[in-house]
Design a protein around this ligand. Structure first.
Ligand code: DGY
Length: 326
């Protein structure tokens, strides 16, 4: 069997692939995504593909790689893959949930605190040599302790974000298709509410929903208009959950107090005007970016690939229907 690894990944995953029996690996060892044509050419006749969220695996790619049996995405999100088309073709897709939960929750909190306490603005001031000493009116930000945190999407990462809010005595409200188990809800001191109520009542709105057709522009001009002017938006999930044009307008007009973003609609391109806004904290998609977590993601993605190619049920199938049909 042949498999292609589309971009440089941490060594832990490569070790798993190297020790797999009967697997021939082609590896793009450069830390840069391939063009669609190169991705197709390198995947070629392979049965397996280990890819990253920077690879768009659409119907054209799937049609051009006729032997593909398994696509292992080294990410928890898999909106870069046309899963419906993969399923139709009997191709199994896997992802890497669990191992990046706490790391992503930590980054969410780093951004929440940074935007509320104006850390980015302060750092720019100091680095520019324009800080002339402490001032009673200088860079006053928003209070975090005791405020209301609204979490949209209460899966693993949303829950980990809520758990951290306990240390800040926050009131946590959440919006999710299904409610949490009552014991967990009471442990997290979280209350399930409708989306409109969450938007209107939260001092901080944090997004943790998967990106799908249904969640496209979940936060749009109308939702932003209903947020409190003193509130903040944090997005560490997927860029297109937010209408970036509407967000830039809201931040320019101080419709909301600020936004902290780790993800963007057209990464790495930012919507015009976003970069210039002082009330936006902008991170370059760092949610899972620690040595330990990326190593675990790499190992898990490789393990999923090897298991699936050797006919075993992988640890995290995204479209298990494919397995059931076999
Ligand atoms: C994921 O796994 O979906 C993350 O966005 C990667 O950082």
């Amino acid at each position: 069997m042949k498999a292609f690894v589309s971009r440089a990944i941490p060594p832990a995953g490569l070790q798993v692939l190297d020790t797999a029996t009967g697997l021939e690996i082609d590896y793009n060892s450069h830390d840069a995504g391939l063009s669609k044509a190169d991705l197709i050419a390198r995947t070629g006749q392979s049965e397996g593909l280990l890819c990253l969220l920077t690879d768009t695996i659409d119907a054209e790619v799937l049609a051009s790689c006729p032997n593909l049996k398994v696509i292992s995405n080294m990410a928890v999100g898999y909106n870069n893959i046309d899963v419906a088309e993969a399923t139709r073709r009997g191709i199994l897709v896997t992802n890497t949930p669990g191992v990046l939960t706490d790391t992503t929750a930590d980054l969410t909190w780093a951004l929440l605190l940074a935007v509320a306490r104006r850390i980015g603005e302060g750092e720019r001031l100091v680095r520019a040599g324009e800080w002339h000493g402490w001032g009673p009116l200088q860079l006053l930000g928003g209070e975090v302790n005791g405020k209301t945190l609204g979490i949209i999407g209460m899966g693993r990462i949303g829950q980990a974000v809520a758990r951290r809010a306990l240390g800040f005595n926050m009131k946590v409200i959440y919006h999710n298709r299904s409610g949490l188990d009552p014991a967990l809800e009471s442990e997290l001191k979280a209350t399930r509410v409708g989306l409109d109520e969450l938007i209107a009542k939260s001092d901080f709105v944090s997004l943790h929903a998967p990106y799908t057709k249904e969640t496209h522009h979940l936060i749009n001009a109308e939702k932003l208009a209903r947020m409190q002017p003193t509130s903040y938006l944090i997005n560490t999930a997927r860029g297109p959950l937010v209408d970036e044009a509407a967000l830039v307008a809201a931040l320019k007009n101080n419709r909301i107090a600020g936004a902290a973003l780790d993800v963007y609609e057209e990464e790495p391109v930012l919507y015009p005007g976003l970069r210039e806004l002082d009330n936006a904290v902008l991170a370059p998609h760092l949610g899972s970016a620690t040595h330990q977590t990326r190593g675990e993601m790499s190992r898990l993605a490789a393990t999923n690939l090897v298991m699936a190619l050797s006919g075993k049920r992988p640890l995290h199938p995204v479209n298990p229907d494919v397995l059931e049909k076999k």
